[in-house]
Write a protein that binds this ligand. Structure first.
Ligand SMILES: [Zn+2]
Length: 136
């Protein structure tokens, strides 16, 4: 049984992928390892909390049967596909849109990174956080 409240709380009321605001009523539960793939990968209990993330409808629909890295790759290919579109190409040439070539970082990954940085740093025997020691 999936505990929706527990899943919702994972990303502070935001979609785990794009970071848009979601509500308890409208969010969807994404299986990071998709249900459709679990059987083939011998992962029969993919309803485990650690395999579930809160998402918006648009991300959940697009991710569908993709694994996490497949989803990231598909998102990365969007710009390549758009460049073949004459209307997008025209908007690009006239400066109406711009392209951001940064790698796709999902919202939940940014949250994990921030949580790791805000954790207390291990102290050296002198009581100085390891990250403050000079590296000479
Ligand atoms: Zn989303």
């Amino acid at each position: 049984m999936i505990n929706r409240e527990e899943i919702f709380a994972k990303c502070g009321g935001r979609c785990a992928y794009c970071g848009c605001e979601i509500t308890v009523k409208n969010f969807q539960v994404d299986h990071v390892l998709p249900k459709s793939r679990a059987h083939f990968e011998r992962e029969l209990d993919n309803d485990r909390t650690d395999n579930l993330l809160p998402t918006c409808r648009k991300c959940n629909n697009f991710k569908g049967p993709y694994r996490l890295e497949e989803y990231r790759r598909e998102l990365s290919l969007q710009v390549t596909r758009l460049r073949k579109n004459a209307q997008f190409d025209r908007a690009l040439r006239f400066g109406q849109v711009s392209i951001n070539e940064s790698p796709i970082v999902f919202h939940f990954e940014k949250c994990q990174h921030q949580a790791a940085e805000s954790r207390p740093q291990p102290l050296t025997p002198a009581g100085v956080p390891e990250t403050q020691l000079s590296k000479e």
